[in-house]
Design a protein around this ligand. Structure first.
Ligand code: GLA
Ligand code: ZN
Length: 668
């Protein structure tokens, strides 16, 4: 794929505006020594560059940009619109949000503007325009960073009015709306568009994820994501009027729930995201988030932020251990990143992020572990040059991720409050991850024919067109895996009548008559056809075979002897259905069969606990071999006699990788 940048951008968020000028000069030396080539500036400087409604002052930003240009840095230029200035709130209180409880907010915090405030829109657009006009032709500006971590939600009156407009466009008539939301239930029928109110704690919701009308709440989620996306598009278009070519992004947040990132990515030139795992986040979940971010556009992405050492906002902000930041950075590159950027380059003096890690710590010297590690990685990345920028991550397995399903599944009232969308997807992802089988995370409207297997856990909402798309895929020889809480509702969260799993019933060759929920302390048992047994939990579909064969039957409860896991030959392909939540080993038994049926192969044949990932450019392959365990592990035979690009060492049979060790092997 065409590369977006000329080198691996290495650097991060830099706030010289918070520091006296002597420090800027010092920073330049530090960055040089750390092989930093990129700085992200102006993220939260709105109040500085627009101190009053009609006053703009770019003097300091000019100086910063001149200095960085002189020193030849790649500049990622932010538009500063993620935290509104105090003067704006004082004069125009409507720019702030109204929260879930209906409280209109005063000045404070950030990521706080009402997306439907015309006043906010006007000022944000004007700012983006002014910045683009002033700096858009500077060749050192290599990327625009619009706003920052868009998110949240607003329940103000402007949003309520905008919601009605959005609904009118979607449903055209009140009849269609009443039907879509099934408002005859509890007699909530709407007779005038003005009767529609936003779903929050003052109306249909009883707390996050608890709603009387999922149809309304899901539409609000879609509307809110669209409203905020309009803010992004508005700034993007403002920039484009003055700068025709520089890529424009905004930093996303992995599996963040509120925004439909597949829809967002279509509007972005390149996806960028901020990776902040906690001390106990499994590496498989980090890998999955990277794959999701790559999947949004099916292209390499930017790592816009990670901490070099520590965070401040988690409950427990453990240090990254020696080598961990490096290993994590290579994992990021391995899964498709073309940049490694930190938050932040210099640790701030005050405010809630003064204990957030940075390349330059409060001591202000280079003699820190963190600085040495950043410099070491910088040196390695500089030596690698641009050779794998734009490289692809080929995958034979696609796992479906869908924000409509994310929202809908977690809004369901029943059968279990423990259904968590990301966790369900991750259970499947981690099977493939542990076997070094590359996965693409794909949208519901992906081209399934590119994959040997498509995995669709909790495909609760099956929207128009999906039944046909999945059936065609399987008929033509594809292998589909789905399971409990799938095929149940349409795009408005109304049930597909005629027996579960609705539109998937024919393809899966089963009918699910009832769905049992098990409390955390309860389990059922089941037995596979090979005689092995397992427990199962969370939900148990009571299944009747309609052409499928059973791979495992329940052995407990009143539905003992009925199927729990099934397989159905459909056309030239197979549909697997997993009707209950299986522990890891039992799920692996099923997915082993899926992998066999679909002839899916791992990146290397040898089983290993190392993470081995492959990026390719044409015939050239880059293998990232990373030890993310806490034990020393042997090098897979496959790589014996090859050279490690990072150290230049020839890899012998005796080679072992210590925890956080990384090797990079290129094969032509
Ligand atoms: C987010 C923000 C940054 C900073 C970091 C701290 O990612 O984008 O401005 O607050 O968190 O981890
Ligand atoms: Zn609002």
């Amino acid at each position: 794929m065409e590369k977006v940048f000329q080198q691996i951008l290495y650097g991060g968020d830099y706030n010289p505006n918070q520091w006296p000028k002597e420090i800027w000069t010092e920073d330049m030396h530090f960055f040089r020594d750390a092989h930093i080539n990129s700085v992200t500036i102006n993220v939260f400087s709105w109040a500085k560059i627009q101190p009053a409604e009609d006053t703009y002052n770019f003097d300091e930003l000019d100086e910063i940009i001149e200095m960085l240009s002189r020193e030849n840095y790649n500049i990622v230029l932010a538009t500063s619109t993620a935290a509104v200035p105090a003067w704006m709130v004082k004069k125009y209180p409507e720019v702030m949000r109204t929260d879930y409880e209906g409280r209109h907010h005063k000045f404070g915090q950030r990521h706080n503007a009402c997306p439907n405030s015309l006043v906010y829109q006007k000022f944000a657009r004007r700012m983006a325009e002014k910045l683009a006009e002033r700096y858009g032709s500077n060749k050192h500006v290599v990327c625009w960073h619009v706003n920052n971590e868009y998110g949240g939600e607003c329940f103000c009156e402007n949003c309520e009015k905008a919601f009605r407009v959005w609904l009118k466009q979607k449903y055209k008539t009140l009849e269609a709306l009443n039907q879509a939301w099934n408002l005859e239930f509890w007699g909530h029928t709407i007779y005038d568009w003005d009767e529609i109110v936003l779903p929050n704690a003052l109306s249909e919701e009883l707390g996050p994820n608890k709603t009387a009308f999922a149809g309304i709440s899901i539409d609000y989620r879609r509307f809110n994501s669209d409203s905020i996306l309009e803010n992004f598009k508005m700034e993007r278009d403002a920039i484009r009027r003055f700068d025709a070519n520089t890529p424009i992004t905004t930093n996303l947040m992995g599996t963040y729930k509120n925004l439909d990132y597949f829809k967002w990515a279509k509007e972005m030139d390149i996806v960028s995201w901020d990776n902040y795992p906690a001390y106990n986040t499994p590496w498989s979940l980090v890998a999955m988030s990277h794959d999701l971010m790559r999947g949004l556009k099916g292209r390499p992405f930017m790592l816009m932020e990670q901490t070099p050492s520590q965070q401040n906002w988690q409950p427990y902000n453990s240090l990254k251990k020696p080598g961990q930041m490096r290993a994590q950075s290579y994992q990021t590159l391995a899964h498709g990143a073309d940049t490694i950027q930190f938050f932040q380059l210099r640790r701030s003096v005050g405010g809630c992020e003064k204990f957030h890690g940075a390349v330059i710590e409060h001591v202000g010297t280079k003699n820190t572990r963190v600085f040495r590690e950043v410099a070491q990685l910088g040196k390695e990345l500089a030596a690698l040059g641009d050779q794998f920028l734009g490289a692809e991550n080929p995958a034979q397995v696609g796992i479906i991720f869908d924000w409509d399903n994310y929202w809908a599944l977690e809004y369901t009232s029943g059968p279990s409050q423990d259904l968590k969308y990301v966790d369900q997807i991750h259970q499947y992802y981690s099977y493939f991850y542990k076997r070094n089988i590359p996965v693409d995370i794909i949208p519901v409207d992906a081209d399934f024919s590119r994959y040997k297997a498509v995995v669709a856990p909790v495909l609760y909402m099956v929207k128009d067109g999906m039944q046909e798309a999945l059936e065609t895929y399987v008929k033509n020889g594809g292998t589909l895996v789905t399971g409990f809480m799938s095929g149940l509702v349409d795009q408005s969260d109304n049930i597909h009548l005629g027996g579960y799993p609705g539109p998937l019933r024919k393809m899966a060759g089963i009918w699910v008559e009832e769905i049992d929920a098990l409390a955390p302390e309860q389990t059922n048992t089941l037995k596979f056809t090979d005689g092995t047994t397992s427990t199962c939990n969370l939900l148990c579909d009571i299944i009747h075979l309609e052409g499928a064969t059973s791979l495992a039957d329940y052995t407990s409860n009143f539905y003992a002897d009925s199927p729990a896991v099934t397989k159905h030959e459909f056309g030239r392909g197979n549909a697997f259905y997993v009707g209950t939540q299986l522990p890891e080993e039992a799920l692996a038994k099923v997915l082993d069969q899926v992998v066999n049926a679909a002839h899916v192969s791992p990146v290397i044949d040898e089983a290993t606990e190392l993470e081995v990932t492959c990026r390719t450019i044409g015939q050239r392959r880059y293998y990232f071999i990373i030890n993310l365990t806490d034990r020393t592990l042997p090098l897979p035979k496959e790589f014996e006699g090859k050279t490690d690009l990072l150290s230049g060492n020839l890899l012998s049979a005796a080679e072992h990788l210590s925890p956080y060790d990384v090797l990079l092997v290129r094969e032509e």
